[in-house]
Structures are given as structure tokens and as C-alpha cells.
Design a protein around this ligand. Structure first.
Ligand SMILES: Nc1ncnc2c1ncn2[C@@H]1O[C@H](COP(=O)(O)OP(=O)(O)OP(=O)(O)O)[C@@H](O)[C@H]1O
Length: 293
């Protein structure tokens, strides 16, 4: 089960250090830069089993790059990161990855069950189940994600919401301890958004799978996220949704007046600068008052 933990900036505290032994992801002083451009830096983060971390931020703030760093596809430019106690590496076992939407269309003629099976076959190490075992496991996963009804339908014929269930099935097939979801709600209607978030939530509650969930919108995960990592302008803010979604916290992060308004249990953020603007470089990015840049 998830235990919320608060963290702002990079100052370490003993309570957090006590919790690191079981951390699924551990980052210390982590930074990621492309050339001169620093996406984020001084990031300290411990993600515990069963914890749901929502990652938010404007376009280009480095959310996908963070996921790629955890997958071992991007090298940190500074600091350290471990995933399940080891340096992140490509093809690591126990990591389920739900990539951004586009990727499945390349395999549009494959049936849903084939796509889920790839989640089992994709791992080069560890014991391999036999043919019957594979089929059983694929069926089990298809049922778990509610995709049994279209198990034999080519994914190219499925709706966006149905495909997303299949993608999640693929990510869950290998029984991951860490689930990385990169904008799985993109272009889904509220009904399907709810279905997808409930699937992910059920998984982390039943299996203690830690979740990193990149999303542009906090509201669909507001009741689920233990913590939010909000990236912007080369900086970040991390804490519970209540702590991060305040006018003060986001104004500090953005370096301009931002208003956070709550309406009928939903959060609206008003006044964020143009999302297309690139973040400043490292030296300009320090945000005073603990919201680290
Ligand atoms: N390999 C790379 N080399 C150089 N720049 C890169 C590379 N990969 C990403 N970038 C740049 O880094 C920035 C962050 O990209 P990233 O995809 O992590 O952002 P994001 O927060 O996921 O954005 P979005 O919300 O649009 O998906 C972008 O400006 C992107 O162009």
C-alpha cells in the first residue's frame, strides 16, 4: 500500500532516509540535460512500493525524459538513480512501460493478445513459461484489464480506450514492480480515463506495484496520486497534490503569478506562462523558497 511522503526541494531529512531501503526508485541530486539545456536538476526522489506518483508539467519540461532515464534510455547528466536497487538499464525486468499513444499503430495488424504476449516475451532473462503457461498468463492479463472481449481483434480496429487497456495489459504481463505510464490518458474521454486510472490503481493496490504516471491533467488522478512531481522551467516541486497545487508553490516554480482554484473538487490552474516557451538554462532556473530548480 502507498504511504504518502512529502518532499520539497533537495534537502534530505532522516524520515525520508529511513524509507529508502525499500525504495523502488531512488534518485539523488539527479539532473538531466541535453547539451546546455537542463531539463531538471537536484532531484531527490524515493518511490516506494505501491506508491502512485503523478508527473506533471508543461510540454517540454522533461516528463518523458524522466521516464526514459528510469528505463535506462537516457543518461543522467548529474546525480544518481537506482531502479529496484540497480542502475537503470534497458530491458530491465520487473518494469512495465506504457508508452505514449503512437507506438501501437505500427503493429495495427497484431491481435490484442499478441500485443499482451510481447510483454511476456520481451524479457530476455528469467524463466520462460511454456506455451500453455503463456496462453494462461495472457488470458489472465486480458481479463484483468477488461480486454478479453476483443482479445482476437487486430489492435488497429480498436478504439483509443480499448487500445489503452491492451497497452496496459502488455505492461502488466511480466508482473512488474514498477509501472511507468507516459500520458496514458491522452485523447481518452473521461469515461475511458477513469477506466485506465482505475486499472492502474487496482494493480498498485493488489500487487504493491509502484507507479510513475505522466499526465497533463491532475484531475483524473487527483484521488489516486500519493504525490505529484511537477516539472517546469528547469525546476520541480514534489509533494502531495495538496502541497504542490497551491498558488504559492506553482507561482514560485513558474516565476510568475499562477492561481490555483478549486471548483467542485477539481483543480484549475490559471496563468501558467506559454507552455511552448523553452525552460531557462540551469543558472537562471533557481527558484527561491525551496521549490527547487
Ligand atoms: N534526445 C534528445 N536530444 C535533445 N533534446 C531532446 C531529446 N529528447 C528530448 N529533447 C528535448 O527535451 C525537452 C523535454 O522533452 P520531453 O519529451 O522529456 O518533454 P515532456 O515534458 O515529456 O513534453 P510533452 O509534454 O510535450 O510530452 C523537449 O524540448 C525535447 O525537445
Amino acid at each position: 500500500m502507498a504511504v504518502p511522503r512529502t518532499r520539497q526541494g533537495s534537502t534530505q531529512d532522516s524520515a525520508q532516509d529511513a524509507g529508502t531501503a525499500a525504495a523502488v526508485v531512488r534518485m539523488r541530486g539527479a539532473a538531466l540535460a541535453y547539451g546546455e539545456r537542463v531539463l531538471w536538476h537536484d532531484l531527490d526522489l524515493d518511490l516506494r512500493p505501491g506508491e502512485f506518483l503523478a508527473v506533471l508539467g508543461p510540454n517540454g519540461s522533461g516528463k518523458t525524459s524522466l521516464v526514459r532515464a528510469l528505463l535506462g534510455q537516457r543518461q543522467l547528466s548529474a546525480g544518481t538513480c537506482t531502479v529496484l536497487g540497480r542502475a537503470p538499464r534497458k530491458g530491465g525486468r520487473h518494469i512495465g512501460y506504457v508508452p505514449q499513444q503512437a507506438t501501437l499503430s505500427a503493429h495495427a495488424t497484431l491481435r490484442a493478445r499478441d500485443v499482451v504476449r510481447f510483454g511476456l516475451d520481451g524479457h530476455r532473462f528469467g524463466p520462460r513459461p511454456g506455451v500453455d503457461g503463456v496462453r494462461r498468463r495472457v488470458d489472465e492479463v486480458l481479463r484483468a484489464v477488461g480486454a478479453m472481449a476483443y482479445a482476437d481483434v487486430p489492435v488497429g480496429l480498436l478504439s483509443g480506450g480499448e487500445r489503452q487497456r491492451v497497452r496496459i495489459g502488455q505492461a502488466l504481463a511480466a508482473d512488474p514492480r514498477l509501472l511507468l505510464c507516459d500520458e496514458p490518458l491522452l485523447s481518452l474521454d473521461p469515461h475511458h480515463q477513469r477506466a485506465v486510472t482505475e486499472l492502474v490503481d487496482a494493480r498498485r493496490r493488489s500487487h504493491g506495484t509502484a507507479v510513475v504516471f505522466v499526465t497533463h491533467e491532475i484531475n483524473p488522478v487527483l484521488g489516486l496520486a500519493d504525490r505529484v512531481l511537477y516539472l517546469a522551467r528547469g525546476g520541480f516541486r514534489v509533494g502531495t497534490p495538496k502541497e504542490v497545487f497551491t498558488s504559492d508553490a506553482l507561482s514560485q516554480l513558474y516565476g510568475t503569478q499562477v492561481d490555483v482554484v478549486r471548483v467542485r473538487g477539481r483543480i484549475m490552474v490559471v496563468g501558467t506562462p506559454d507552455e511552448a516557451a523553452p525552460p531557462p538554462h540551469h543558472a537562471e532556473a533557481d527558484v527561491p523558497g525551496g521549490a527547487r530548480s
